[in-house]
Ligand binder design. Structure first.
Ligand code: MTE
Length: 376
């Protein structure tokens, strides 16, 4: 779906669910899921909260801060039960600018290869870059004392999700090694304000460089354990399955649990299908690298990938954050296709075609990003 300026204007008077911007594309109302029209995304390095995408699997829980408790158990020396005040008073506050990206970002392009029923048809808006504030997960784990042989930290949220006739809190896990790294936060602030309810108030995990699903919102409990979480969203969903797998033949154990996301560049402006005057066209977008790697270069092609120019990166070398980029290309009247691709600090780049990375859950599409233009 493409939003044009006129549509944005018409939507200004519409209700704003969860305080989101009028240019928010609501992909689902219940549970609420959506993100900004991509042209709004590259306007600022820090994504304003009103533009930050929302990915929910159940209704947003209303959490009473006075009754809120975070429990820490499993393979620890001391089980802990902490209030929000305990966390704020007894652990150092840290801030970090980090991007979150849903594993389903750009699923829409995979759906054009072969339908992916039942999943949210994300364009390129399920991503944002925020300033998070909170405590380091490792400081809390150290207070609990991690037992020998522990390998994973499993999180469960306070929301209620229905799957296969069962109701349970959304959950997932990260390896202990990641949990002990300095970038993983238990965040109570986003962009300098307490977390909004829709983003996990009062406390959420922020696991930078990992798919968004591991950044569990409305965090209720953490379990230190030898195995990954057996929550549906770790053991079934958010896994990368072989190309031959389909919903009716899948061997759930065959999938790879997703962690780091791959490098990707997206064109935010001009919009898909835009009509622009001939001459120098300004192309803008975002690029993101997972796993603590940095975006080193963004290439832009206007001739199907035969030749490329390098874009200017605005925030090169900032680990965990995205970078915004700009390129200028001269285009004569006619139909054109622009293509963007990024390279990260491990020399990874993007596959050319979404056909080559299609998977039946529609995750991790980082194929070359293409935008068709009419140049007049
Ligand atoms: N945490 C809970 N409790 N419930 C959820 O549905 N969705 C996950 C993650 N944490 C989810 C959750 C997914 S898939 C993503 S991509 C991110 O939250 C999205 O975070 P946001 O809505 O703050 O952008």
């Amino acid at each position: 779906m493409v939003y044009h300026k006129q549509q944005l204007k018409e939507e200004r008077d519409q209700p704003r669910p969860f305080g989101k911007h009028p240019g928010f594309i609501v992909r689902r109302h219940e549970p609420f899921n959506g993100g900004p029209q991509p042209a709004l995304l590259h306007r600022s390095f820090i994504t304003p909260t009103e533009l930050f995408y929302v990915r929910n699997h159940g209704a947003v829980p209303q959490v009473d801060p006075a009754r809120y408790r975070l429990t820490i158990g499993g393979m620890v020396q001391r089980k802990l039960e902490l209030t929000l005040e305990d966390l704020q008073a007894n652990f150092a506050r840290h801030t970090l600018v980090a991007a979150l990206q849903c594993a389903g970002n750009r699923r829409e392009e995979l759906m054009r290869v072969e339908p992916i029923p039942g999943e949210v048809p994300w364009g390129s808006e399920a991503v944002g870059n925020a300033a998070w504030g909170g405590v380091r997960l490792r400081d809390v784990l150290q207070a609990a004392g991690v037992a020998e042989h522990a390998l994973h930290v499993a999180f469960t949220g306070l929301d209620e999700v229905e799957r296969h006739g069962r109701s349970f809190g959304f959950g997932g896990s990260i390896p202990l090694e990641k949990a002990l790294s300095e970038e993983v936060l238990l965040a109570y602030e986003m962009n300098g304000a307490p977390l909004e309810p829709v983003h996990g108030y009062p406390l959420r995990v922020v696991a930078p460089g990992y798919i968004g699903a591991r950044s569990v919102k409305w965090l209720a409990s953490m379990m230190v354990q030898e195995t990954p979480s057996d929550n549906y969203f770790q053991a079934h969903a958010y896994k990368l399955f072989p190309p031959s797998a389909r919903a009716d033949n899948v061997d759930w154990s065959s999938g790879m649990m997703l962690g780091d996301f791959p490098v990707s560049a997206v064109i935010c402006s001009p919009d898909q299908g835009a009509s622009v005057p001939a001459g120098i066209v300004t192309v803008e977008g975002y690029a993101i690298a997972g796993g603590g790697r940095t975006v080193e270069r963004v290439d832009l092609s206007a001739d199907g990938g035969t030749s490329w120019i390098s874009a200017t990166l605005q925030h090169k070398k900032q680990r965990w954050a995205w970078t915004l980029w700009t390129a200028h290309v001269e285009l004569a009247p006619g139909q054109h296709q622009l293509i963007a691709r990024a390279w990260d600090s491990a020399a990874n780049t993007q596959p050319e075609d979404p056909r080559h990375i299609w998977n039946f859950k529609g995750y991790i599409n980082n194929a070359w990003h293409r935008v068709d233009l009419l140049v007049r």
